[in-house]
Design a protein around this ligand. Sequence first.
Ligand SMILES: Cc1cc2nc3c(=O)[nH]c(=O)nc-3n(C[C@H](O)[C@H](O)[C@H](O)COP(=O)(O)OP(=O)(O)OC[C@H]3O[C@@H](n4cnc5c(N)ncnc54)[C@H](O)[C@@H]3O)c2cc1C
Length: 474
Amino acid sequence: MADRRSQGIAGRIPASLTDRGIAPEAIQDPAVPSRAAAGTPDTAPLVRVRCRDESDVLAAITACAGLGVPISVLGGGYSPGALGEAAGTVCLDLAGLDRIEVDPEARTVTVGGGVTAGALDRALDGTGFALNLPVPSRIGVAGAALSGGVGVLLRRLGFIGDRIVAARLVDGTGTVRQVDERRDPELLRALRGGGGNFGAVTELTLAPAPIRDFHVVQLAFAADHAAEGLSLVLDLAAGAGDDLTAVAFVRALPPLPGLDPALVGGAGVLALLVHAGEAGVAERDLGPATLHPRAAAVVAGRLTPLQLRERLEPAFPFERFGAHFRSGFADRLGDGDIEAFVDAAAPLPGPHSAFEIVPLGGAVRRGEGCAPGRDAAFMINVMGLWVEPEEAAATREWAAGLDRVLAAVRRDEARVPGFVSRDEAGSGNAGLGDAAYAAGDGPALPILRELKNRHDPHRLFTTALTFTTDQEHA
Ligand SMILES: Cc1cc2nc3c(=O)[nH]c(=O)nc-3n(C[C@H](O)[C@H](O)[C@H](O)COP(=O)(O)OP(=O)(O)OC[C@H]3O[C@@H](n4cnc5c(N)ncnc54)[C@H](O)[C@@H]3O)c2cc1C
């Protein structure tokens, strides 16, 4: 809840914003729910500004710097920590920055700071180019890329942020920066995974790869063969090249062709195998999986990125949800670990929660940026999700149980930045960012701190997974 000081400031904000040229109708009542994840009254900002373009972003940041009011930046509104809007902040809603420009000659695509993954896949459809994008369509491309980001081309293209080749950033000093390899290579690498720590990104230019379609295999395993399903994904990924991205979920099984209807909705393992290589290589890498004797259903086909998105989208039917996530990286998972994860995950707390193991490697290892976990073997995500508030307590308990199993295999304190929950992130928990980025391979933490001091000297941007400044660290 806003305290008395922030209520006093709140009264002055609209005048300060309109003085700087922001239209009064762009200044929104914070009590009106936004599209933000887990949007609850305690995330309501002081005001929300619907930015129409970069000049609105610049005007708002300059006004906030003058008043000393912290800022949150709302992209897709899909972070489990609802980091895009926070109590006590002026929230800059970037949904209006929705321009997408594909340049086939330069092999780049430039997106506004509020463009979503679904909109970008639709724009790329038929161009012959693809990017590694998150599965839920509502996720902001900038929000995902700035946090690292994973998608169905992970091992072929690396973390989503690794494909950033340029950005326009309005930083905390109220300066518009054009960031690219020539002008500011250090800040470019920091944006590839360093989160919204340095300002608001109004535009991102990404490098898609020439990929028209994928070979896709989905396998479902009933609960009593869940461990075999998880092991299959781990073994396949270990034996295949970079063209194969494999992900395994313990979750409620969706309806799939050939799946016994009695298993639909019950806990099981869903394995998703996406191969971006030649037909012959795909057949060699995927063939054995399609013959797995314990699989309850196998669906194989060739799909464009947009067709795959449409197939997976029903897993995320909600716009607003509550979330309690836990995440980390692991180097080794033995049979005992897999069994322990299955035992803790299979009693699902509701229809939306899922436990996910993502084998890394491939292009992830070679990318340049500061997203942590690059050289780990696995990313593990415990995704506690609910739509009905009465499911919240059981979901938190479920996630806590899995977190105890995760603690036994988790590498140091690093979390997956995009999967950080409300109780783990924010200005009160900056040390979490320190732990995460100290473990990364990109610019070292002292460089990130120096960039933070340079670009956000008033600490306006503090709601992301952030790190302590040099002064705080000392
Ligand atoms: C159910 C679920 C499934 C998910 N699946 C995936 C997945 O498949 N792959 C994946 O990579 N991630 C996934 N995520 C995580 C998600 O991508 C990250 O949390 C991401 O940061 C969300 O970005 P957003 O813009 O949608 O959210 P927001 O809450 O709007 O923003 C998240 C953070 O990014 C910052 N930010 C957003 N846009 C900008 C900008 N233009 N400039 C500066 N800062 C900005 C915000 O300030 C905030 O700190 C999933 C999350 C959920 C809840």
